[in-house]
Design a protein around this ligand. Sequence first.
Ligand code: SAH
Length: 242
Amino acid sequence: MSAETTSPWTASVLTLYPEMFPGPLGLSLAGRALGEGVWRLEAVDIRDHAHDRHRSVDDAPAGGGPGMVMKADVVAEALDAALRPDDPRPRLLMSPRGRPLTQARVRALAAGPGVVVVCGRFEGVDERVIEARGLEEVSVGDVVLSGGEPAAIVLIDAVVRLLPGVMGKAESGMSESFEDDLLEYPHYTRPREWEGRAIPEVLLSGDHGRIARWRRAEAERITRERRPDLWAAYGARAANDE
Ligand code: SAH
């Protein structure tokens, strides 16, 4: 029997702020699915694994400099406690140094058993725990957040909406931005005219072939204008497919 049928997709989040969870993940699509048991969320308080008198989780950086560093022993103990025996889930550390999160990675995570996510705070975590526990650093963009929690919420939200039974229409996950290296075409809804702006005539034509061609052309135009990196990948893939 596959893991998916025995236990739902499970995110274990290690954080100094467990009260930030489920947070936004408790509302809307993700929240309803959480309530229905489609996925599980466990917030582990890293501070519960500090053992000195002051329950300290951080200390001054070796070599000097500003800020504080999360202690290797405390983070490792929290991680070891959160992992089940032979836990197959990827162990991620949210980090601006990490590999940028992509929709392809999100899809791969959604197909697996879940994730274990460590949220950094302060200047980050002691390098030795990253090495010793094989943590994979993942970034949500070239910005610096004050903590890994909002990044973990971004990652989990993106994965959960792809789990079977979470989104209304099965296909609504397929024609979206990034699925084929293209950004999405523009959307319109009623009224037909608003502030002197009309819905493009082709969308009202009822001609599904024309509509599909127009949407593809618009997706290509927007991608070319906004994301030369994606446009190059799209061109290379089209050349390969020929
Ligand atoms: N001193 C670090 C930044 C620390 S920010 C540096 O210069 O790289 C504190 C924590 O926020 C990090 O440990 C990480 O867990 C989280 N974080 C900040 N920016 C992030 C990003 N773009 N993606 C993922 N996590 C991020």
